[in-house]
Design a protein around this ligand. Structure first.
Ligand code: GTP
Ligand code: MG
Ligand code: NA
Length: 349
């Protein structure tokens, strides 16, 4: 087994939470995009995927890391956006089932809401480690913007009245989490013993608009990946992938967005998909990704690949993909495999 701590794959991070808590805006902040502005009614209706390169993570955490001095060993991060609207429980469930770590976004002004609790329940059931973003911190009374700065630096700049509102709202969130059986604390107030306790949840105040705390949440996610779940992130050559969405794209026909968790996928591979009519074997004709830091949901200048390596979200082009079912696995028929065995395996889960 050639797997090692020095060869980690990207952690898959899912963003979950109640509608309009700022999940997509947080991602827009990190991407420097405006995906949210172009969503119908400002509501996310699909699962999205964005890949961040290691150098992006380094740049976006640079100021905080002057003091924290965390060496980044993850090769990047793949972030999955999910809808918070109550009608998309299935997409939240899918998101929570395929991630390594999660951000549960709470609107600091509202506290815990219905889909916050639903998401929390899903994450705990699956044993997914997560952090809670207390978002919209900029809406505390008379907040002084400290654009993109680490949250503790920003809090130091606030007047006493602002701090006291912040304190009472974050304590309220903590109490509400406690009512759900979750111990939590502002992440910089956690003791060493809390870090080793996997049931203790770090809280990170953020603003998706002015950017305070975004450095903190990124660095925290890297630390959780590298310190807590690195074993699960050791890269391995066995292909592991799941279908995220199936959709027609102008000029490309029917495409399947898949999440390659581990292993390689190559153009020309004979892939086996689950469809409503049973297993379908098809040759992969194209593998496309958006550029780094761009959302796969948004039609872009896709990059064509001969080969992709997990973890990555990719758009697959091929024939007979119309009836592929989201949430199912994809397998490839290798040189020593019997096609019939692989077909049976794909349909078995
Ligand atoms: P769904 O995907 O539909 O569940 O919503 P979402 O959680 O992705 O929230 P979205 O990014 O759509 O933001 C909802 C609204 O809140 C938008 O009007 C944002 O501009 C606003 N918003 C998001 N984050 C912040 C923040 O940190 N501060 C302030 N002031 N407004 C925010
Ligand atoms: Mg959204
Ligand atoms: Na929204």
């Amino acid at each position: 087994d050639a797997r090692s701590r020095d060869d980690l794959r990207c952690p898959i991070v899912v963003i979950m939470g109640h509608v309009d808590t700022g999940k997509t805006k947080l991602l827009d902040k990190i991407r420097k995009t405006n995906v949210q502005d172009n969503e119908a009614g400002g509501i996310t209706q699909q699962i999205g995927a964005t890949y961040f390169e290691k150098k992006t993570l380094e740049t976006q955490t640079a100021r905080l890391n002057e003091t924290e001095k965390v060496e980044l060993t993850v090769p990047g991060m793949l972030v999955i956006d999910t809808p918070g609207h109550e009608s998309f429980t299935n997409l939240r469930s899918r998101g929570s089932s395929l991630c390594d770590v999660a951000i549960l976004v709470v609107d600091l002004m509202h506290g815990l809401e219905q889909q916050t609790i639903e998401s929390l329940t899903m994450l705990r059931k699956r044993g997914v480690p997560f952090v809670v973003a207390l978002n919209k911190v900029d809406r505390c009374y008379a907040w002084k913007t400290c654009k993109d700065s680490p949250i503790r630096d920003a809090l130091k700049e606030q007047e006493e009245g602002t701090i006291s509102e912040f304190r009472s709202r974050s304590t309220n969130a903590k109490v509400q989490l406690q009512e759900q059986g979750v111990n939590s604390n502002l992440y910089w107030e956690m003791g060493d013993e809390d870090w080793t306790n996997s049931d203790f949840i770090p809280l990170v105040p953020t603003s998706a608009i002015t950017g305070e705390g975004v450095q903190d949440i990124l660095l925290l996610l890297c630390q959780i990946a590298q310190r807590k779940i690195w074993k699960q992130l050791m890269w391995c050559a066995n292909l592991q992938c799941t279908v995220l969405e199936v959709k027609a794209i102008d000029g490309l026909g029917m495409t399947v967005d898949i999440l390659v968790v581990n292993g390689y996928l190559r153009e020309g591979d004979k892939a086996v998909f689950c469809t409503l009519d049973g297993p379908v074997v098809t040759e992969i004709r194209g593998l496309l990704t958006p550029p780094p830091s761009r959302e796969m949901r948004v039609k872009a200048d896709y990059i064509h690949h001969k080969e992709v390596k997990g973890a990555l979200g990719v758009k697959v082009i091929g024939n007979n993909l119309e009836k592929v079912m989201a949430g199912t696995s994809v397998l490839v028929v290798g040189p020593n495999d019997e096609e019939e065995d692989i077909k049976a395996e794909v349909m078995s889960d």
